[in-house]
Structure formats: structure tokens, C-alpha cells
Design a protein around this ligand. Structure first.
Ligand SMILES: Nc1ncnc2c1ncn2[C@@H]1O[C@H](COP(=O)(O)OP(=O)(O)OP(=O)(O)O)[C@@H](O)[C@H]1O
Ligand SMILES: [Mg+2]
Length: 495
């Protein structure tokens, strides 16, 4: 920073040019650490900055949090404020906590078929993926439960015999337990989820989040960069989980993190530039995936980015990571591999068959992922690889028609508020699905098609309070006719 430009700084430079002082408390930079540069040539130390933000935060408390430019700072302050009180209350709170209750009582852990049944209400098809994720979540609970019980026993033992080291206590617990697998440590199996765009990856995890008893955070790999560059460090992923767990470190360490758009951190082809969003991010994620103790800021607002909020140490070894991505272009990599082996082999006509195959991603191997730009160490830390199917026409029909929150039911509700029954014929569903299929963006296309179909109707219908029923058929969807409109007195409106 050019010191000679600092003219208006009241207590800024101390004269020798190298040691700047905090404009607020006057302490030198050498004592308080790097100063934060503010407009009007003010430089303040982190302590003073934190105090000012806390003061502002107090004023903001009680106001609408969305007006608070420091976003998530308030929960942290709230937490700090109540820290003393919560210290005594902690045990009571922990005893009542639903996660701990669940970990204590194995029977209360939902079984895989129960988790899948809950997912079935919302997510159509993708049976294999739902099974895999249900088992993964169930095993995650089991692992937490076994570790929780073991830790409790170790703690108790160390409480009784103060001379014991943790390792000794652990050994004693294992030897005294009547569990033949007491010394077997369950390790986690992180998941890599592949699937074409609009096939339900994000939706599956979001639905899961609603059903889970442990915190789940969804982070986006597109914003991640190597530490020190503009963007978020990989630790921000865990920070999100900490926020989802209300800054409770114990709960955070039991959580699940979904890192979406993971394909965006594939190694970039340009080898001349430093790959700060690709390979470096993969490298940085290795330690998170595997399990390590990291320091993360409590909260994710402006204060957290400036390092002004308290840090928490989170051990990621029990956090389950699910990484998901569309991996566009991976089908070409797979096709290349398959055609190569087909050309060497006996049946070269197979080559064309791959062009037609919408479900090539199901054939993904680690070699394909490496060729796509994922580093072997990264793939190695995601031992469960699952692929979602490209949605076919029948699945799209079901998505439009069946889920509790299906798009057709959403429009029916909108019409119902106007006192109108909205009906879709089966061939209308099929025609909409066909249109969506042609757009090749999976279920994502459905909403746009429905919007363009229904806008004029939604404009006209409220005009006439006599309209009782509207029936959408395939002709209307294909723009070859109008919808059938029935009046409340039973007469049909001529189309
Ligand atoms: N299998 C499904 N069952 C029900 N709805 C689905 C399904 N797949 C997709 N959808 C609907 O499509 C929307 C988009 O899906 P989603 O966001 O999960 O796509 P994605 O696989 O994450 O795609 P992208 O790779 O582009 O992010 C969801 O909000 C949901 O409404
Ligand atoms: Mg997505």
C-alpha cells in the first residue's frame, strides 16, 4: 500500500512509513496484525472492526435480519451472548436433542426402505440412486451411533480413572465390550453422483434434506477457488454445514454435505495458466473428504470473509460428502473408450449404438472420470459412484402428473383459487412429456413448456366468473386446438 498517499489519516502512519497504526485504538500494525483499509484513508485493526460490527449488530438485533448487511453475523452474536447461559444448559439441551436421542437408540434410526419410501413420494424413477443413497444415509447414522456410544464409554472411563490416556481408555472399552467387532472402526463411503442435466440430482438431495435428522448443507463447487484467490475456499463448504447446524460443532460433525456441480472443478485443459478453479480445488478438497480438523468461521456473511468472527474447529472425518454433477461431455469420453474397444473387438456396428444411448453415464468407470479431468486421488475418495438415468417419456409423464407437489397439481391449485377445475387428459401429459424430451434438458424443460401453455389461459379465465372447468388435451398442447371450457351451468364454450 502506498503510504505516502495517506494524508488524512489522523493516527494512520507513525512516521517511519512502515508501521501503520489503527485509526481507532492507535495500536501499531506490528502489534495488532494486518490493518483493514477503509474509505477516507482509514485503517482499522480487526479487533476494532469486530467491536464496531458487534455494536452495529446490536442495533440491528430486533430488526428484520434481511436488512442487516452483515447477514449471518447475528446468529453468531446471539450465540456468543447466550454462551454463558448455555454452558449450564448444555447437558439438558444435549439430552433433549433429537440427533443424540437417535444416536443413543439405534431403533429410532430410519431404515433404508423407509428412507427410500419417503423419497418415492417426491422423486420419480431413479430407483437405483434412491437405494444407494438410502443405504448410505442409514450407514452414516449407524457409524455415528457406534462412534457416539464408544466415545461416551471412553469419556466415562477417563472420568473414573484420571491416569488413563485416551488411547488406553479406547483399548479398554474395546476389550471389555461384548461386541466382537468393537475394535473395527467404520469408515465412511463418500458418494459421487452423476446424471444428465435435469435428471433430479439436486432435487434428490434437497428432498433428502427435508427428511433427515442430521444437518445437510448444499454447496456449489462453481464458486470454489484455490485459497488466496477471489472466490470461496473449500472450507466454506464446511462453514455452510456449521450454519445449517446452528453453529453447533457436534451436530456439524454428524452432518452431510452435498457439493453440487462438482464437474466444474475438473482439470482445465489450458496448462499454461494456473488452474485455480479446477485441479487446485480438487487438491484442496482431498483433506476435507478424507477427514481432517479444519478451522472454519462461524457464519458466512461479510464478517466471516474478513475473518472477523470466531472460528470453530470441525473434524470432517465423520461428515458424509456427496458430490454431484452433470459431467457434460463425459458421454463423449465414454463413447470414445467404448468405440475403441468395439473397434478392436468383433462388432464395429456397436459404435452407432452408443450414439443412440441416452444412458451412457451409467457405464462410467474411474478411467473415464480421469480422462474427464478428475484427479485420481479425488476419485479415490469417493468410492460410491452412482448414476442417474436420463429421464424417458414415461418418467416425464409421471413427474408432471404424480408427485405430491407435481407441476400439474400446482396449476390445478392456481385455477382452483379462481374457482375453476383444471383437468389434463392422459394424452396431454404425454404430449407435454414429448415436448420436454425433445428439449434434452430433462425435467427442467417441463416448467417452461407448462408456462407457455398456460399463460394465456391464466390471463383469460379470471375474466369470466362463469367458467367451471378447463380440460387440456394433446391438441391444445400441440397447438392444434383450444382447450375445452365448461361453464358452471354445464354448457360447453365453443372452442
Ligand atoms: N426424478 C425426478 N422426479 C421428480 N422431479 C424431478 C426429477 N428429476 C427432475 N425433477 C424436477 O426437475 C427439476 C430440476 O431437477 P434438478 O435440479 O434435480 O436437476 P439436476 O439433475 O440437478 O440438473 P443439473 O445438472 O442441470 O443441475 C427439479 O426441481 C424437479 O422439479
Ligand atoms: Mg443440479
Amino acid at each position: 500500500m502506498a503510504d505516502n498517499n495517506n494524508t488524512a489519516n489522523s493516527s494512520g502512519s507513525s512516521g517511519n512509513g512502515s508501521s501503520k497504526r489503527c485509526s481507532s485504538c492507535g495500536r501499531p500494525e506490528s502489534e495488532v496484525g494486518r490493518l483493514i483499509h477503509l474509505p477516507n484513508n482509514l485503517e482499522v485493526c480487526q479487533d476494532c472492526m469486530r467491536r464496531s460490527i458487534e455494536m452495529i449488530g446490536n442495533v440491528w438485533n430486533g430488526m428484520d435480519p434481511s436488512n442487516n448487511p452483515f447477514g449471518n453475523l447475528n446468529p453468531v452474536q446471539e450465540k456468543n451472548k447466550t454462551d454463558e447461559k448455555s454452558e449450564e444448559k448444555k447437558d439438558e439441551y444435549e439430552d433433549n436433542d433429537s440427533i443424540i436421542e437417535m444416536l443413543k437408540d439405534f431403533k429410532s434410526i430410519p431404515m433404508p426402505h423407509e428412507i427410500k419410501a419417503m423419497l418415492d413420494d417426491y422423486v420419480i424413477g431413479q430407483d437405483r440412486a434412491k437405494r444407494i443413497i438410502s443405504v448410505a444415509v442409514y450407514n452414516h447414522y449407524k457409524r455415528l451411533s457406534s462412534r457416539y456410544k464408544e466415545n461416551k464409554a471412553v469419556e466415562e472411563l477417563m472420568g473414573k480413572d484420571k491416569k488413563l490416556t485416551e488411547a488406553e481408555a479406547r483399548q479398554q472399552v474395546a476389550s471389555e465390550s461384548n461386541d466382537p467387532f468393537a475394535d473395527v472402526e467404520l469408515e465412511k463411503s463418500n458418494i459421487l453422483m452423476l446424471g444428465p442435466t435435469g435428471s433430479g440430482k439436486t432435487y434428490l438431495v434437497k428432498t433428502l434434506a427435508k427428511l433427515l435428522k442430521v444437518p445437510l448443507a448444499i454447496a456449489d463447487a462453481t464458486t470454489l477457488t484455490e485459497a488466496g484467490y477471489i472466490g470461496d475456499d473449500v472450507e466454506s463448504v464446511v462453514s455452510k454445514l456449521l450454519t445449517a447446524a446452528n453453529n453447533d460443532v457436534f451436530k456439524t460433525e454428524c452432518g452431510i454435505v452435498f457439493v453440487d456441480e462438482i464437474d466444474k472443478i475438473a482439470r482445465k485443459a489450458d496448462e499454461r495458466a494456473r488452474d485455480i478453479r479446477g485441479e487446485s480445488v480438487q487438491q484442496a478438497m482431498l483433506k476435507l473428504l478424507e477427514g481432517s480438523k479444519i478451522e472454519v468461521p462461524m457464519g458466512s456473511g461479510a464478517g466471516a470473509r474478513m475473518g472477523l468472527v470466531p472460528q470453530a474447529t470441525v473434524d470432517t472425518s465423520n461428515i458424509l460428502f456427496i458430490c454431484g454433477g452433470a459431467f457434460s461431455g463425459l458421454d463423449e469420453v465414454i463413447k470414445k473408450r467404448l468405440t475403441k474397444s468395439a473397434a478392436i473387438g468383433f462388432n464395429s456396428s456397436l459404435k452407432d449404438a452408443f450414439d443412440e444411448d441416452d444412458d451412457l453415464l451409467m457405464k462410467t468407470t474411474n478411467e473415464d472420470l480421469r480422462n474427464y479431468g478428475m484427479i485420481p486421488e479425488f476419485i479415490g475418495r469417493l468410492p460410491v459412484v452412482m448414476s442417474l438415468h436420463a429421464l424417458d417419456r414415461d418418467m416425464l409423464v409421471k413427474i408432471i402428473r404424480d408427485p405430491k407437489n407435481s407441476i400439474s397439481r400446482q396449476y390445478q391449485k392456481l385455477f382452483f383459487i379462481d374457482g375453476v377445475d383444471l383437468e389434463f387428459t392422459q394424452d396431454a401429459y404425454e404430449a407435454i412429456a414429448q415436448k420436454a424430451l425433445e428439449k434434452k434438458t430433462g425435467a427442467r424443460a417441463i416448467r417452461a413448456i407448462m408456462e407457455s401453455l398456460m399463460t394465456d389461459l391464466m390471463y383469460e379465465i379470471p375474466r369470466d366468473r362463469n367458467i367451471g372447468r378447463v380440460i387440456i388435451d394433446a391438441d391444445f398442447v400441440n397447438k392444434q386446438g383450444s382447450p375445452k371450457v365448461e361453464m358452471k351451468d354445464g354448457n360447453l364454450l365453443p372452442g
